[in-house]
Design a protein around this ligand. Structure first.
Ligand code: GRF
Length: 215
C-alpha cells in the first residue's frame, strides 16, 4: 500500500499529533503528504505546520452539494499521491466520491467501543448510559456513520466519579496508541474485508496471551 497519508481534521488534532510522533519515532513507517481541515482555525493546522507538513484549509461551505466538496477533497488528496486517508476528528460525513476514490483506504478513529455509542459525544453517551467499559475503535469508513469494518479496539474502564472530561482524557490516551498501531497494520497489508469483518493480523488476534501462545 502507498504509505503516503492524507489526514483530515476539523479541530484540536491530537490524533494527528500522535501519527506525527509515531512516524518520527519509527513506530509507523509512513509519511503525511497533507493535512486538510474544513475549518480555518483548527488547532491541528498549527501542529501540521510545526512538523513541516503541508496544512490545507478546504472549507465545506459554499459548494453546490456535499458530493462536490468530497470531489474537491479527492482532487487535493490524489494530486499529492495520497494512498490512505485518515480521519482524525473530521466532523463531516464522507460520501461516495471520497470512498470510491479510496476503496478500503479511508480510516477513522472513534472514542467508544462501536457499535455502542456512535456519533457525537460518545464519551458522554457511555457515561450517561452507565457503561462500565468503553474505549476506542479504529475502523474502515463506509457510508454508514461509524459503521465500517473494525480494525482494532481498545477498552478503557469507566470509573466511579468519572465525568465526561475525565473519561474522554483517559480514552484519548488509548486513542493515541491505537491510531498509529491500526494505520501501521493497514499499511502492512495481508488483510481483507469479508462482509463487515476486517480479517487480518489484527493485534487482538495475535497469539499474545499465555494460553494462546501455548496452544
Ligand atoms: C477524538 O476523540 C476522535 O476519536 C474523534 O474526534 C476526536 C478528535 O480529537 N473522532 P483530536 O482532534 O484528534 O484531538
Amino acid at each position: 500500500m502507498n504509505r503516503r497519508l492524507g489526514v483530515l481534521i476539523s479541530g484540536r488534532g491530537s490524533n494527528l499529533q500522535a501519527l506525527i510522533d509515531a512516524i518520527r519515532e519509527g513506530r509507523l513507517d509512513a509519511s503525511i503528504a497533507v493535512v486538510v481541515s474544513n475549518r480555518e482555525y483548527a488547532a491541528g493546522l498549527e501542529k501540521a505546520r510545526g512538523a513541516g507538513i503541508e496544512a490545507l484549509v478546504l472549507s465545506h461551505r459554499g459548494w453546490p452539494s456535499r458530493d462536490d466538496y468530497d470531489r474537491a477533497l479527492v482532487r487535493e488528496l490524489k494530486s499529492r499521491d495520497v494512498g490512505l486517508v485518515c480521519l482524525a476528528g473530521f466532523m463531516r460525513l464522507v460520501g461516495a466520491p471520497l470512498l470510491d476514490a479510496f476503496p478500503n483506504a479511508v480510516v477513522n478513529i472513534h472514542p467508544s467501543l462501536l457499535p455502542a455509542f456512535p456519533g457525537v459525544d460518545a464519551q458522554r453517551q457511555a457515561l450517561d448510559y452507565g457503561a462500565k467499559v468503553s474505549g476506542v475503535t479504529v475502523h474502515l469508513v463506509t457510508p454508514e456513520l461509524d459503521g465500517g469494518p473494525i480494525i482494532l479496539q481498545r477498552t478503557v474502564a469507566v470509573l466511579a466519579g468519572d465525568t465526561a472530561d475525565s473519561l474522554s482524557a483517559r480514552i484519548l490516551v488509548a486513542e493515541h496508541q491505537a491510531y498509529p498501531e491500526a494505520v501501521a497494520l493497514l499499511l502492512d497489508g495481508g488483510w481483507r474485508v469479508e462482509g463487515r469483518r476486517f480479517v487480518g493480523r489484527a493485534v487482538s488476534d495475535a497469539p499474545r496471551s499465555a494460553s494462546a501462545a501455548s496452544a
